[in-house]
Design a protein. Structure first.
Length: 330
């Protein structure tokens, strides 16, 4: 990386109020021990996402789930004998893209065995996956260590059924602010969900056969054509008309009361989040790419393990064998 670009990235981090040195991460963390790590991860990610672009949304979501439960420590990648790991929790059952992280880890291990954490690889894969579909990119300071604990009971992610107060509280608990909430919600510009998560919202919102009054009636009619009353499996685009493009179209839909989830619609209930949405609509999303990049950098620092904490896994699904471990893994 050119010195000019490196300096620009460091300035960006400082503007965000994030001290790389204090947090234990560094843009050049693997410079001497695995200098090609970013190139290796990018190559693998391009191979997968260029063939299956929908993986971009899946990998971005995988990174988000990881960081929101126990921090960005790769714990979402772990498997357990008793199905009690994070990936066994209900909100995690639809996660996918693990094969991309595993392939990237395997490629890195061949070049630099025992050096690069799965947590760092997941952070890089998420960034690169979004870039492959022409979305924004962002600097990824490295040096995270892998956690050894993954518990289904600890999965407490922002719910698609949550109102604005609960969403803000959840983000604040992770050191993220209201702006990060609305900006990262913009990640719904790519990806799909399913009829099961909106069925009640469009057919029986209050138990009287009605739909959520915060939704645009024309949008509800379209959703009903897609999702029949007892349909819980059919896929539904989170950002109709723009699901394959990473852009600000999501905010246009929310502003028109066409947010798929309650958590989307409720962004209009807070002055700060509504103001951001209105600004993106008025300016065709002029600041969204940079804002998203900034918030993703902040997300990547949530409750990280550094130094002697955690470990460097050889395979992302399994911790290193140790006696008297809290959770027994395969």
């Amino acid at each position: 990386m050119a010195i000019k670009n490196l300096l620009a990235l460091v300035v960006l981090l400082n503007v965000l109020g994030v001290s790389v040195a204090q947090k234990g991460l560094d843009l050049n963390y693997y410079k001497h021990r695995c200098p090609d790590v970013e190139a290796i991860v990018l190559r693998v990610t391009v191979q997968y996402v260029s063939r299956q672009p929908s993986l971009a949304a899946a990998l971005l979501r995988l990174h988000f789930h990881d960081c929101f439960v126990r921090g960005c420590d790769g714990s979402v990648l772990l498997r357990s004998r008793d199905n009690d790991a994070e990936i066994n929790a209900l909100p995690s059952l639809s996660l996918r893209g693990f094969e991309v992280v595993d392939a990237a880890k395997s490629a890195v291990e061949k070049k630099c065995p025992g050096v690069v954490s799965c947590a760092d690889i997941l952070a890089l894969v998420a960034r690169d996956a979004v870039s492959v579909i022409n979305g924004p990119s962002w600097p990824v300071p490295l040096g995270r260590r892998d956690g050894r604990i993954s518990r289904r009971s600890e999965v407490n992610l922002p719910s698609p059924f949550a109102g604005i107060a609960a969403l803000k509280q959840g983000f604040f608990a992770k050191g993220l602010n209201t702006t990060d909430l609305v900006v990262l919600s913009g990640g719904h510009t790519i990806g799909i969900s399913n009829c099961g998560l909106i069925n009640k919202r469009i057919y029986n919102f209050t138990g009287k056969g009605d739909f959520d009054p915060s939704m645009n009636p024309s949008y509800v009619r379209k959703l009903k054509k897609r999702c029949k009353p007892n349909d819980f499996k059919t896929p539904v685009e989170m950002d109709p008309g723009s699901v394959k493009k990473f852009n600000s179209h999501y905010f246009d839909n929310v502003a028109q009361k066409k947010g798929l989830f309650t958590s989307d619609s409720t962004l209009l209930d807070d002055p700060e989040t509504k103001s951001y949405i209105d600004r993106q609509v008025a300016t065709a999303g002029s600041s969204f790419p940079k804002d998203f990049s900034d918030s993703m950098v902040k997300l990547g620092f949530v409750q990280i393990l550094t130094g002697e904490k955690g470990e460097i896994r050889k395979r992302c699904a399994f911790v290193k064998p140790k006696t008297k471990e809290t959770l027994t893994f395969l």
